[in-house]
Design a protein around this ligand. Sequence first.
Ligand SMILES: [Zn+2]
Length: 281
Amino acid sequence: MRESREVCSKEEEEEKKKKGLKRDLSSSIGSILSEGFRIQVHSGTETSFWGHVWLGDRSLKEEFPRLFLISNQRESSVSLVKQESGDMVWNLHYWKRRLNVWETNQSEELHRRLELVNLDQSKRDVLQWKWTDDKRFSSKSVYNQWEQTVHSRNVLLGSLWKNLCPPKVEIFSWMAIQERVSTRSVLSSRNIVPEGQSISCRLCSLHLEMPDHVLLHCQFSWKTWSVILDWWHVTWVCPETLSDLVRWWFDTRFRNLEKNVWEASFYATLWSLWLARNDCV
Ligand SMILES: [Zn+2]
């Protein structure tokens, strides 16, 4: 009886692993596909202004989530946004309400980006694939990209999973480097933050509250990391992302005992910053 229960639980474990792998695989492939396509805009008539990726590496609704939420042009094509004024300038003034100061800054930033775009009514918009030289989609390129993603995630996961601190802190660290912790901007991109509620950083109120910002680039966070590194007499250049910080931190060479304390100090700092952020409600 006991044996059969053990066999059953092993099978269940295997089943869970398989399900986990399938979920992981489809989510990785999904991100590769959604990140891989980009539209080269010519006439702008077939491209969604907010929804498609055509200006930069992300859609404008992801880059400017608050502006998207209060826009009355959510369904407009690129050409429609440019033509609605009648004199071929970008006309992004159809907001549901008056913009506050922070949103005005965002709007100005968006206009600065748009100034670089010229439309050509004689040509159709072209769908391009990011992961090949000739910009054409191929399933081989998806596979290659997926292999690279899995490899780099495994290396990162191996770095983070050390049993040096409570599991919830390790899990939080893993979620944070994948930008999956519940900051206001992340919630807003899933339409979870109510309209009218700020999505700016709780610590400084100056930037969008993205995980990389609140846990690394925000002045308070950056200074905290600098103080910790100062204690270790380690010089650093603030990296672009939390993933880069993890790679650098866990590649830094120390003797065994020191190494454990050094690695534990990463988790302690990251977790403390998150608690400090939560205290600033
Ligand atoms: Zn901040």
